[in-house]
Design a protein around this ligand. Structure first.
Ligand code: DGL
Length: 279
């Protein structure tokens, strides 16, 4: 049996492309639709109810495009909307927090895990809960580093100003001697070279892209939802708002393989979703 319907993936901007890239690597037969809500970027400083509203509308929009599964490729949106989304929709919905937390629990030797994220994800304490659910004896030090999102989005992943912000964000975590660091924001994998420079090789860095893609792969396989059409995968990107900066950073990640980008109006997403998002 083969299910050729696409996977729906969304984020507020370029961050979720790190998850998309990993999905395409691990699941080369799957078609994808990526939705970047640039018109509402950034999600990190917003109220959870508002992010939930955006997320529910996007999932409804993706549903109209007949996706077979949705990946919330944004930590802030996962924290704000995953549980509600699962109550509202029948299609499988996967977030990025639990896969990252479980990978960190498996990786840590000294039972000290640091987490860097947006303010919204920090406030939700979802990483703490997911880690302690998997192993209640693990210590967690979460830190918000919201400035990093804008710096990555502006294509400044290797800039000296980014290094200074990252050093400040990691200071307490290094002092705490965490041996494992969760990149609790899908924009942060683009900072890996700088993180290595600051934290050295001994710290295990966990980003949710790989573990989330692995989870999607398992869910598709267990439920007979895989596409069995080698070479048949098609990829599309939808954005709200202006795609210029998005396209620049996306090109760094995908090179020539960047899927075609269609701009949709925010009002259209609201209208196509049919109803008000749950708050
Ligand atoms: N990609 C989002 C996340 O993983 C952060 C970007 C934003 O604040 O919108 O939390």
């Amino acid at each position: 049996m083969s299910d050729p319907r696409p996977l729906g993936v969304f984020d507020s901007g370029v961050g979720g492309l790190t998850v998309l890239r990993e999905l395409q690597r691990q699941l080369p037969n799957e078609s994808t639709i990526y939705f970047a809500d640039l018109g509402h970027f950034p999600y990190g400083p917003r109220y959870q109810a508002q992010v939930r509203h955006f997320a529910i509308n996007i999932i409804r929009f993706l549903e109209t495009l007949e996706v077979k599964l949705v990946v919330i490729a944004c930590n802030t949106a996962t924290a704000a909307a995953l549980n509600t989304a699962r109550e509202l929709f029948d299609i499988p919905i996967i977030g990025v927090i639990t896969p990252g937390a479980e990978a960190a629990v498996a990786a840590t030797r000294n039972k000290r895990v640091g987490v860097i994220s947006t303010e919204g994800t920090l406030q939700s304490q979802e990483y703490l809960h997911a880690i302690r659910e998997a192993n209640p004896t693990i210590g967690v030090l979460p830190k918000a580093a919201p400035e990093l999102v804008d710096l990555v989005e502006a294509g400044k992943s290797g800039a000296p100003e980014t290094e200074a912000v990252l050093r400040a964000a990691l200071q307490d975590i290094l002092h705490y001697q965490a041996d494992t660091l969760i990149l609790g924001c899908t924009h942060y994998p683009l900072l890996r070279p700088l993180i290595r420079k600051i934290a050295g090789d001994s710290m295990t860095v966990v980003d949710s892209a790989e573990t989330t893609a692995a989870r999607v792969k398992r869910v598709l396989a267990r439920n007979g939802l895989e596409s069995a059409e080698p070479g048949g995968a098609q990829h599309q990107i939808y954005v709200t708002g202006s795609p210029e900066r998005f396209t620049d950073v996306a090109h760094i990640l995908f090179g020539q393989d960047l899927p075609p980008i269609t701009t949709v109006r925010l009002e259209l997403v609201e209208a196509m979703s049919g109803r008000e998002g749950a708050a």
